[in-house]
Design a protein around this ligand. Structure first.
Ligand code: ASP
Length: 435
C-alpha cells in the first residue's frame, strides 16, 4: 500500500489532536487529563527538535563554509542574504500597514470589550512589558556585543544564543579554510559526518511528528481562552492572517519567476516544516526540519542552506514584522489615536528592527512589539487587547517566518548557481518516490 506523504500524516495528527481535545473538554476532568497525559509528549517532541538545533548549526555551517573553499564566495553569499532578508521584511511590514489601514480592525472593538480585555490581560501585558524593558536597559551597541560569545560552551548551552553559535561556526569555518589542507581535512571530514548523523536524527524524529503535533494541538485547545474573546478580535486576527497570506503569494511568485520552480514543488517540499512551525510556534525548533527539507527536497546546495537558514531563523521574521505593524495600528485605532504618515513610515523601520531582534521562540514577537508601541507613542497597556488571540497568530506568523527563510535560501542559491535538483536521503520519502 502506498504510504501517505509526510505532510498529510502531520495534518491528520493535527486534526485528530484538535478533535480529541474538543471532545475531552466536555468532561470535567478532560482538560487536566490532556495536561497530565498528552501534553508531555508534545513537549518531548519539541525538546527533541531543539536538542539538535545547536549541533546542527555548528556542523552544517562549518561544513558549508569549508565547502565554499574561499572567503570571497562567503562574503558574496552573506551580503546577498542579509540584503534580501531586510528587503523581504520591509515588504512584509508595508503589507501589514496597508492591510490594517484598509480594514481598520480597531474600529470594530466596542468600549466594553476593550475594558474587559484590558482588565483580563493586564498582568500578562505587564509581564511582556517587563521582558522588553530588560532588553532595552542595555546600550545601543549591545546587539553587537551580544554577537560575540565569551565562551562557546556557554553560548551553545542555550537555544537563545543561536547568533553567537553562528558567529563561532563562521569564524571556525573561515579559519579551517585558511590552514593547510592536509591538516584541515580530518576536521572537515569529522563535521561532514556529524552533519549527516544529525540529518538522520531529523528523519527519525519526523517519524514521530504526527503524534507530536497531535499532543501539541490537543494541549493548545485544552488551555485556550474563551471563544467570545476570539470573536471580538476576529477582524484584527483576520487582518494579520490576510496579510500573512499575501506574503505566501509573494513568496510563491518570487520562487516561480526567479528560480523557475513551480508552486506545487515549493509548497510540497517545505510543507512539513510549515506544519511544524504552526504546531510549535518556534522557528528555532523547526530549524532542523527546515534545513532538511530545503536541502533535500528543494534542491538548495548545503553550502547555501547551512548558512542562510540558521541566520534567517534568528534575524528574518517576515511574519513577525507584519504582525507587529498590524498589532501596533490595531491598538492605536482601538484607543482612537491617529498615527501620521511619518509615524507609520517610522513603524516600518522599528518593526523591521524589532523582528530582527525577536528570538525564534513562542511569543517573542510580542515582547519586541513593546518597542514599536513605545516609538509610536501607543499605550503599552494596549498589549492586553491582543493577548487572547496571540498564540494562534504566533502559530501563523511562525509559518511565514519559516517560509520566508526557505524562499530566500532558494533565491540566494539560484543567484550563485547553487540550486539543483532534490536529493532525498530520507528512506521514508524514498519509499514514497519509488512506489
Ligand atoms: N514565534 C515566532 C518564531 O519563532 C516569533 C514570534 O513572532 O513570536 O518565529
Amino acid at each position: 500500500m502506498k504510504k501517505l506523504a509526510l505532510h498529510w500524516r502531520i495534518i491528520i495528527g493535527m486534526v485528530l489532536g484538535v478533535l480529541f481535545a474538543l471532545l475531552m473538554i466536555n468532561f470535567e476532568w478532560g482538560a487536566q487529563f490532556i495536561k497530565d497525559w498528552i501534553k508531555p509528549f508534545g513537549t518531548i517532541f519539541i525538546n527533541s527538535l531543539k536538542l539538535i538545533a545547536i549541533p546542527l548549526i555548528l556542523a552544517a555551517l562549518i561544513k558549508g563554509i569549508t565547502d565554499l573553499k574561499d572567503i570571497s564566495s562567503l562574503s558574496k553569499m552573506g551580503t546577498r542574504t542579509i540584503v534580501i532578508y531586510v528587503m523581504t521584511t520591509v515588504i512584509a511590514v508595508s503589507i501589514g500597514l496597508i492591510v490594517v489601514n484598509l480594514v481598520q480592525p480597531g474600529d470594530t472593538l466596542t468600549e466594553d470589550t476593550r475594558t474587559e480585555l484590558i482588565n483580563a490581560y493586564a498582568d500578562d501585558a505587564a509581564a511582556k512589558q517587563q521582558a522588553s524593558k530588560d532588553q532595552q536597559n542595555k546600550g545601543p551597541l549591545q546587539p553587537l556585543i551580544d554577537l560575540v560569545p565569551s565562551n562557546i560552551f556557554e553560548a551553545a548551552s542555550s537555544n537563545r544564543n543561536m547568533l553567537q553559535v553562528i558567529f563561532f561556526a563562521v569564524f571556525f569555518g573561515i579559519s579551517l579554510i585558511l590552514i593547510p589542507e592536509i591538516k584541515g581535512k580530518p576536521v572537515k571530514d569529522f563535521f561532514d559526518g556529524v552533519n549527516d548523523v544529525i540529518l538522520k536524527m531529523v528523519d527519525l524524529i519526523m517519524l514521530a511528528a504526527p503524534y507530536g503535533v497531535f499532543a501539541l494541538l490537543a494541549a493548545l485547545i485544552a488551555e485556550s481562552p474563551s471563544a467570545d474573546l476570539f470573536a471580538a478580535l476576529a477582524m484584527y486576527a483576520l487582518s494579520v492572517v490576510g496579510g500573512l497570506l499575501i506574503m505566501v503569494i509573494i513568496y510563491v511568485f518570487v520562487v516561480k519567476t526567479y528560480t523557475k520552480k513551480n508552486p506545487k514543488f515549493f509548497l510540497n517540499g517545505i510543507s512539513p516544516a510549515q506544519l511544524l512551525a504552526f504546531s510549535t510556534s518556534s522557528s528555532a525548533a523547526t530549524l532542523p526540519v527546515t534545513m532538511e527539507r530545503v536541502t533535500e527536497h528543494l534542491g538548495v546546495d548545503e553550502e547555501v542552506s547551512s548558512f542562510v537558514l540558521p541566520v534567517g531563523a534568528t534575524i528574518n521574521m517576515d511574519g513577525t514584522s507584519l504582525y507587529q505593524a498590524v498589532a501596533a495600528l490595531f491598538i492605536a485605532q482601538a484607543f482612537g489615536i491617529d498615527l501620521s504618515f511619518g509615524t507609520q513610515l517610522g513603524i516600518i523601520a522599528t518593526a523591521t528592527l524589532a523582528s530582527i531582534g525577536s528570538a525564534a521562540v513562542p511569543g517573542a514577537g510580542m515582547v519586541m512589539l513593546v518597542g514599536v508601541l513605545g516609538y509610536a507613542g501607543i499605550p503599552e497597556a494596549g498589549l492586553a487587547l491582543i493577548f487572547a488571540v496571540d498564540r494562534p497568530l504566533d502559530m501563523c506568523r511562525t509559518v511565514i517566518n519559516v517560509t520566508g527563510d526557505a524562499t530566500v535560501s532558494m533565491v540566494v542559491a539560484k543567484s550563485i548557481g547553487k540550486l539543483g535538483e532534490p536529493n532525498i536521503k530520507n528512506w521514508d520519502d524514498n519509499y514514497e518516490a519509488v512506489k
